[in-house]
Ligand binder design. Sequence first.
Ligand code: SF4
Ligand code: SF4
Length: 307
Amino acid sequence: MDLIKQNIINHALSLGFSSVGFSKAEFIEEESIRLKQWLDSGYQGKMDYLNNYFDLRTDPTLLHEGTQTIISLTFNYYNPSETSGNEVPKIAMYALGEDYHKVLRKKLKELSNLLKNTIDPGLNIRYFTDSAPIMERVWAKKSGLGWVGKNTLLINPKSGSYFFLAELLINLEIEPDVEINDHCGTCTRCIDACPTDAIAKDGYTMDGSKCISYLTIELKEDEIPIEFKDKMEGWAFGCDICQQVCPWNRFSKPHNEIAFNPNPELLNLTSQEWMTMDQEAFDEKFAKSPIKRTGIKGMKRNVGFLG
Ligand code: SF4
Ligand code: SF4
């Protein structure tokens, strides 16, 4: 491996990233066809922003001119504490700690500065984590960090799927990594377990408009469609079912990032406490939490829908 590549990996790992992979920045033709089919099927629901920037989404060299390499990164958020879903509405594991956008952006900025300082101050770098029209999973897959499973998540054979994805777009040619094989095999656990049938029967395609993550976070309507009543399985913010049942997640290990330690409030708040919470208490408890995105009104809608 060349020295620059090894340096980048070392710097990223020293900042807490779990894995690093490299791919050549270019138009992704096959994925652009799949994306078009997915959008034409209406699987984006009311996430209208996914209809925008199709060109940039399928060609990162248009997103950031001069980009030669995509550096994909994963950051572990696996946390053994979970919400029970009985008295306490369930919250997706990624959302139990502080908002990852903020935490990871800081680390990406630090990494970017480190690369400029140690490789070339003239490097042109942009970094993202779920913050730009870029197909994060596709690039992570291309760079050998895992395969995209039937549940449509990136799965790493050594660590499962409980991690965030991030990318650096850089104007430096670096030897790309090699993709790894799909290891889903004959397993269908995620498809069988999904309570809303959001995953296609053969896997690998998700109807986003049926996913509990969409219904509880992205959907901004006053009501969740009644057809999903009794299918939420206690989830009030996101859903982890298709990760919980995935056999590859037996390899998950707890993260080391203090910012992602669970907010004790989220592990203990009962439905009744959610329904009687006022704005002031919500703001105070969840100032740094991703739950803020849904707001108190959205959380009450979600918790109330669980019945
Ligand atoms: S997150 Fe939940 S609702 Fe969405 S596809 Fe996975 S199991 Fe189904
Ligand atoms: S549960 Fe099975 S089919 Fe689904 S992503 Fe995991 S290994 Fe693949």
